[in-house]
Design a protein around this ligand. Structure first.
Ligand SMILES: NC(=O)c1ccc[n+]([C@@H]2O[C@H](COP(=O)([O-])OP(=O)(O)OC[C@H]3O[C@@H](n4cnc5c(N)ncnc54)[C@H](OP(=O)(O)O)[C@@H]3O)[C@@H](O)[C@H]2O)c1
Length: 238
């Protein structure tokens, strides 16, 4: 039995679709916290186990009889503590293999997002220390995040970001969902850490060029300082 925890989310939905299209349909379930959000899955014949990570008493039932858990990371402010509780409950319930979706990054310790993102690596360390078999899927930045990052006025005003010439090998959630489903369905991924990323890395300059070609407009990328970017973000939020 496979459980997809986070199967009602955006990435998880792609995983579930992949599993539904495979022969494994009868042997997977979705862990969901929201009954209404999971109703369509029940209607499709998917087993749904209702549990909230913040209600630890609900977790043992959700993990009963589960061999493989795909644990899709959350965005909780207390992600490290929350996810450790989930891992502990899974291990206590006898889950044999945890596949965790973390973060692909060159070096978390020197990264500007270290404080926000190191919880992924703390979760990985906790899983590894538990002794359970694991696979870490370190996901690159979603291609779907580009419009969010460049902002709603990029097509009119251009792209203003403190990204330098940094490049990211974006991939879509659908592609990363397919990769996760393959790991769930195949043997031999225990003990492995994968960087799940697209085949080509793009800078914001290249994103701007691609947008210019797609829209017929001239969209420029301007590298700004971190202080200027912070001010722009604050202005957007106010
Ligand atoms: N690589 C990237 O560029 C990137 C960007 C953003 C985020 N991420 C990470 O990737 C994860 C998955 O991305 P996504 O777009 O699929 O996000 P998402 O749609 O928010 O999926 C997160 C899933 O976790 C479930 N969840 C959250 N808190 C829970 C709780 N307390 N109890 C039970 N389930 C809970 C959510 O349940 P509901 O469906 O009920 O909300 C949802 O199904 C994110 O959570 C984040 O950690 C990666």
């Amino acid at each position: 039995m496979i459980v997809v925890a986070g199967g009602t989310g955006q990435l998880g939905s792609h995983v579930v679709n992949q599993l539904r299209e495979s022969d494994a349909r009868a042997s997977f379930a979705v862990l969901a916290r929201d009954r209404a959000k999971s109703r369509h899955l029940v209607e499709q014949g998917v087993e749904v186990r209702l549990a909230d990570y913040d209600r630890p008493d609900e977790l043992p039932r959700a993990f009963a009889g589960v061999k493989k858990l795909l644990f899709i990371s959350t965005m909780a402010m207390n992600r490290a503590e929350q996810q450790k509780r989930v891992v502990d409950a899974a291990v206590a319930a006898g889950v044999q293999h945890i596949i965790y979706t973390g973060l692909a990054i060159r070096d978390i310790e020197t990264s500007g997002v270290r404080d926000l993102m190191r919880s992924h690596f703390e979760t990985e360390a906790h899983i590894a220390a538990s002794g359970v078999a694991f696979t870490f899927l370190r996901n690159t930045m979603y291609a779907e995040a580009i419009p969010v990052i460049i902002g709603p006025q990029a097509l009119e005003r251009g792209i203003f970001l403190a990204g330098g010439q940094g490049r990211v090998p974006y991939a879509s959630r659908a592609e990363m969902g397919e990769a996760a489903a393959n790991v769930l369905l195949q043997r031999g991924h225990e003990g492995k850490t994968y960087q799940v990323a697209g085949p080509e890395a793009a800078s914001y300059e290249e994103v701007a060029r691609a947008l210019s070609e797609a829209t017929g407009r001239t969209i420029a990328y301007q590298n700004i300082s971190p202080a200027e970017q912070l001010a722009a973000l604050e202005a957007r939020a106010s």
